[in-house]
Design a binder for this molecule. Structure first.
Ligand SMILES: [Zn+2]
Length: 478
């Protein structure tokens, strides 16, 4: 059953010879469930369905290499402005542990996140979650291509005072979770949807022993899977790794053999050149580039806390493969791309640090490379039928001069009309076809209420949610 989109006003197509995206106009794109059949002028073959492309821009489906959909949607309005001065205002150590989701809430959160992602053009997503019942089926039901990243670790974080981070080590539990993750990845690969894959994901560089990290990386090598770990993501972590090993998190990752072309580093911010760390070496960015590793760049969540990668353009020019992720709400991938450009420029103090096309590369072929795939993130004959249609006549896109700039800097996700994965429309006429987003949002609202009630017993100081995260304004006296 072939679909053809005729006479596209604009398209971003892949030139395999030059290894770059290019604009094309007036072309046809024909595809079926197996892949893209034709990307070019005048498709003459058969077609069961014809779509008029004359007011559309076609883009390759976007690739999100880092997201936590089970937990992050729950925190909307709560963790945007929470203070954690003892941990350089990272939200990881005081808030991640206090605002938790329950199984029912997790299902709702995943649905909300996946719905938002597909509405903003994502067709492949990496889901870093602690496994729960029904996880694989929820992801498969979304229709997205999902790479499960079941997290495991030897230690959990604990603070008793809001400024010292303690690690509660339980190596047996870490090993057990690692084994369970390995089995779950196998199940994902065998899932009848055919859209699930897996990634080996020790949670954080500071919560895993060298043995666990090495074994996890060996498993990834043995099964030819990607590998991801959070590293260089906070000042507290940087100092802890320096205290334990006398080297930066990236240098330690390299020293234990966990940094190579299959490694994705979330988020790779606190490298030795970052001005906050005042560290005397200048090796980290070169280690990342030489190893062929990818940085999963999620600018929004860090910018909220006053933290920036220095800088997207410097990493790219050094030769580091960059991919984009959404590490917080909203799961709006176009906004994340916009933030990546603006934050890079603001951090660099120069416009030419990063262009929209650089971030688009990261959101497509950079992500594909990280996932070790050459069949996604591009519109080329033979690639997967994962594509996005944008209404270029939408007010948000006009006046139209350069469609990528209109989309990234002005329109956001609003003009995205249709999203196809494997040739199947998971978004049609701006409506998510696979998820009841209203019902999921309602369920998420209830989950946030339940989570709020549990905050005092989870917080080291016994604070309520409204004490941890005061409302923007005091309530008026009646
Ligand atoms: Zn993360």
């Amino acid at each position: 059953m072939t679909t053809v989109i005729r006479n596209l006003d604009w398209a971003v197509t892949w030139n395999a010879h030059a290894e770059r995206h290019e604009y094309a106009r007036g072309i046809d794109i024909a595809f079926d469930a197996a892949g893209l059949i034709h990307v070019g002028k005048d498709y003459a073959g058969p077609a069961a369905t014809t779509i008029d492309g004359s007011d559309r821009l076609a883009l390759p489906g976007l690739i999100n290499i880092h997201t936590h959909p089970t937990s992050e949607p729950l925190r909307k309005g709560v963790t945007d402005e929470t203070l954690s001065p003892g941990f350089w205002h990272s939200s990881l150590y005081e808030f991640l542990t206090t605002i938790g989701n329950d199984p029912e809430g997790m299902r709702a959160a995943v649905q909300v996140a996946m719905g938002e992602l597909m509405l903003s053009g994502v067709t492949t997503v990496v889901d870093l979650s602690v496994p729960f019942d029904g996880w694989l089926d929820i992801l498969a039901d979304s229709g997205l291509r999902a790479c499960i990243a079941p997290m495991f670790r030897d230690a959990r974080w604990l603070t008793r005072n809001g400024h010292s981070l303690e690690y509660e080590w339980d190596h047996a539990a870490g090993r057990k979770a690692f084994d369970a993750a390995a089995r779950l990845i196998e199940r994902a690969q065998q899932h009848p949807s055919g859209r699930l894959t897996g990634m080996v994901t020790p949670s954080q560089i500071d919560t895993c022993s060298a043995e666990l990290l090495r074994d996890a990386h060996d498993l990834a090598k043995e099964r030819n899977l990607p590998f991801q770990v959070h590293a260089a993501q906070s000042m507290t972590e940087f100092q802890e790794m320096q205290r334990r090993h006398g080297m930066t998190p990236i240098q330690w990752m390299h020293s234990v053999g966990a940094l190579d072309e299959r490694s994705i580093v979330g988020h790779g911010i606190f490298l030795d050149h970052h001005p906050w760390v005042h560290w005397p070496t200048r090796k980290d960015i070169g280690l990342l580039a030489d190893s062929g590793a990818t940085v999963a760049h999620c600018p929004t969540v860090f910018a909220k806390r006053g933290i920036n990668l220095r800088t997207f353009g410097d990493y790219r020019r050094a030769g580091v493969n960059m991919g984009i992720g959404t590490d917080t709400y909203p799961h709006n991938f176009i906004e994340e791309m916009r933030n990546a450009v603006y934050i890079a420029r603001a951090a660099a103090g120069r416009l030419d640090d990063t262009f929209a096309s650089d971030v688009f590369d990261a959101a497509t072929i950079g992500g594909a490379k990280a996932l070790r795939r050459d069949d996604i993130g591009r519109l080329a004959t033979g690639a997967q039928s994962d594509l996005v249609l944008v209404d270029v006549q939408d007010r948000s896109m006009r006046p139209l001069y350069d469609p990528l700039r209109s989309l990234v800097f002005a329109a956001g996700e609003r003009p995205i009309t249709d999203v196809f994965v494997g040739g199947e429309a998971i978004v049609r006429n701006r409506v998510c076809q696979t998820i009841d987003l209203e019902a999921a949002t309602e369920a998420l609202q209830e989950a946030q209420k339940r989570a709020a009630a549990l905050v005092p017993e989870r917080d080291w100081k016994g604070r309520t949610m409204s004490q941890l995260a005061p409302l923007s304004f005091p309530m008026a006296a009646r």
